[in-house]
Design a protein around this ligand. Structure first.
Ligand code: LMR
Length: 411
């Protein structure tokens, strides 16, 4: 019998089930959980004191204006809203950054930070197919998948010291010194995901010097600007690296700081060596986008551009962002103090010093499972918790639940 002409496809459709996504898969499980007191500390979305992911005031206002004024749904250009690059660059690099005036910075709108990373990955594969992409240990669960999907090799550098709950400073810098020219190093611009541990100013300067000396390319994943210490403070690290004169990619996201998660809005920025080189890179970023999703969706970019261009809307946005940051900080304090007040032996005060949405709670995958099974508390199995999911209503139950599962393996 000749083989069925669809033999190949029949084999394909016998594929094993793909594993659930370690972060977004949790949201699915959380939704299915009927417990009324369940707590979601999984996916990195901001929640207010009522446990709601709000639409920011400035966003709502602009959406109302857009509804009245929008006159077409025709395609955007390949790189998105024309106004967005000139508004994004000062936000991520600083108003007075001389790099902008030198014409070496190019920016394209992208569908979220993830889209920006994928465009960059596809571009890098084309520009230097043999490059290895170096990723911190630990890192955001999707980094490896994105760059491998672009066909790139990935490798890991040391970053987090789980014993001291801080940066593994010497191992980190030694690792960066060993990375060869032509490779690419993914750095978290601020609010390291998942650990909440960022380099200090001196260490950022050292990173810049090492990048320049060794000849590797920094690629900043910049998804949480405004959630650490402030918009300006949070870009200081990447600006310090750029001061050393190295080219770099910056994949920024407006999902978190504008609360525009489901509108998929971010940007890919390249800081080049010269205006000519940046223009050539940009031409290839455009062909990469065209072959990928053609042009970005409009709504999120239109909102961000309106807010950043209008001083009243912008100041309201910055105020609301500051309130969100302060609320997360208050929850960090409340959580660490709540555990201490319950007499927990382990010192959890490190939670107060970590930046952004996440903390590495220092619990094992089995303890994470026990939190979910016994207490309906959902966290990533690495032990990452989204502090922004803690509220005044759930904080006591969360502290009690954590103490219960810590007793499974007391130290
Ligand atoms: C997270 O780390 O939880 C967020 O960046 C959401 C995501 O896509 O994983």
């Amino acid at each position: 019998m000749p083989p069925c002409p669809h033999y190949f496809w029949c084999l394909m459709f016998n594929l094993e089930m793909a594993p659930a996504d370690p972060i977004l898969g949790l949201t699915d499980s959380f939704r299915k959980d009927p417990d009324p007191d369940k707590i979601n500390l999984g996916v990195g979305v901001y929640k207010d004191d009522a446990g709601v992911t709000p639409i920011m005031r400035s966003v709502k206002k602009v959406e109302e204006q857009l509804l009245a004024s929008e006159s077409t749904k025709s395609y955007l250009g390949i790189t998105g809203h024309a106004a967005l690059p000139a508004l994004t660059q000062p936000l991520i690099l600083g108003n007075d950054n001389p790099l902008i005036g030198r014409g070496v910075v190019v920016t394209a709108q992208a569908p979220g930070g993830t889209g920006a990373l994928r465009v960059t990955g596809d571009f890098l594969k084309k520009a230097n197919p043999d490059a290895t992409i170096w990723i911190s240990t630990p890192t955001w669960a999707n980094h490896t998948a994105i760059f491998q999907a672009s066909g790139l090799k990935t490798a890991q550098y040391a970053y987090y010291d789980a014993v001291r709950q801080g940066l593994d400073h010497d191992a980190f810098l030694d690792g960066l010194k060993a990375i060869p020219a032509g490779d690419v190093v993914v750095l978290h611009g601020c609010c390291h995901n998942p650990s909440g541990v960022d380099p200090d100013a001196d260490t950022w300067a050292d990173i810049g010097s090492i990048a320049r000396e060794r000849g590797w390319l920094p690629l900043f994943d910049f998804a949480y600007q405004g959630f650490g210490d402030g918009l300006a403070e949070d870009r200081a690290g990447l600006c310090k690296v750029l001061e050393s004169g190295v080219p770099a990619f910056i994949c920024s996201s407006y999902s978190k700081n504008f609360g525009l998660y489901n509108e998929r809005i971010g940007a890919v920025t390249y800081v080049g060596d010269s205006a000519d080189e940046a223009a050539r890179v940009f031409s290839h970023i455009k062909t990469t986008i065209r072959a990928n999703y053609s042009s970005p969706p409009s709504h999120g970019g239109a909102i961000v551009a309106e807010i950043l261009a209008d001083s009243a809307l912008r100041s309201d946005w910055e105020d609301e962002l500051a309130q969100m940051r302060q609320r997360i900080f208050a929850m960090r304090e409340g959580f660490a103090n709540g555990l201490a007040a319950r007499g927990v032996k382990r010192d959890f005060s490190f939670i107060k010093h970590q930046k952004g949405m996440f903390s590495f709670a220092g619990i094992t995958p089995e303890q994470v499972d026990a939190l979910r099974e016994r207490h309906h508390v959902y966290a990533v199995r690495s032990g990452r918790i989204n502090v922004a999911g803690i509220t005044p209503d759930n904080i006591d139950r969360l502290c009690d639940s954590l103490i219960d599962v810590l007793q499974d393996s007391p130290d």
